[in-house]
Design a protein around this ligand. Structure first.
Ligand SMILES: [Mg+2]
Length: 224
């Protein structure tokens, strides 16, 4: 695997649960804020709101997708509301910053969240001013990963050659379209994902921890 990395000139990172570990899971707060938004928007109870959140997430890939398609909800107001979470669980990680800094080539973020939230997460992790660009849900025209069109947009807008790009993600199914374009795919497997069959076809390498893996490729001579 490591020998395969010498051709990589673009390093693409998912944000949530990729650039921080599940013990600092601020996504649980985001999920609650999403349900609270639905609750207020429809003036319904919490259980029903969580049910709608889950139904839209299944059907559209995000709750926002359903709210926009079926109820014309404004994505900016929605995203501001649901991302208004406490970042205190996140701690700066100077070691991770060093590891990412020393990667040769461009570094990008590709996230289903929005850029203002991504900026806050990166700042809380001490990873600010490190990434060239954040390709967020607005720039995906609100069509989230794993829709293939969003990967096409990412590559076209940011002038990426997929054959020389590597994508790191904690959601295995988000790696399939990247692989189809010819990217090298790294799955950060936290062991929490429901078994969705074999990932062999689109996961080049499965890792348990991003920082450990980056450290291993930095110390292996000729890997990058
Ligand atoms: Mg993620």
């Amino acid at each position: 695997m490591h020998k395969m990395l010498s051709h990589i000139d673009t390093w693409i990172f998912d944000l949530d649960l990729t650039l921080y570990t599940p013990d600092a899971n601020i996504m649980a707060q985001v999920r609650d804020r999403i349900a609270l938004f639905v609750e207020k928007h429809f003036n319904i109870g919490s259980d029903e709101a969580h049910q709608i959140r889950h139904t839209y997430w299944k059907k559209y890939g995000t709750t926002l997708g359903g709210l926009m398609a079926e109820h014309k909800v404004d994505p900016h107001g929605y995203l501001d509301f649901v991302h208004d979470v406490d970042m205190d669980l996140l701690r700066p990680d100077p070691d991770l910053r060093r590891q990412i800094t020393s990667l040769p080539g461009r570094k990008l973020i590709f996230t289903n969240a929005d850029a203002p939230y991504a900026d806050r997460v990166l700042a809380a992790r001490g990873l600010d001013q490190l990434f060239e660009d954040i390709f967020d849900i607005h720039r995906m025209q609100h069509v989230p990963k794993p829709a293939a069109t969003s990967y096409d947009r990412l590559c076209a807008e940011l002038d990426i050659n997929p054959a020389q790009a590597l994508f790191v993600e904690d959601s295995a199914h988000n790696l399939a379209p990247a692989k189809a374009l010819g990217m090298t795919t790294i799955w950060v497997n936290h062991g929490t994902e429901a078994d969705s069959g074999s990932t062999d076809e689109y996961v080049d390498l499965e890792i348990a921890d991003l920082k450990d893996w980056l450290s291993s490729i930095h110390t292996m001579e000729g890997a990058i």
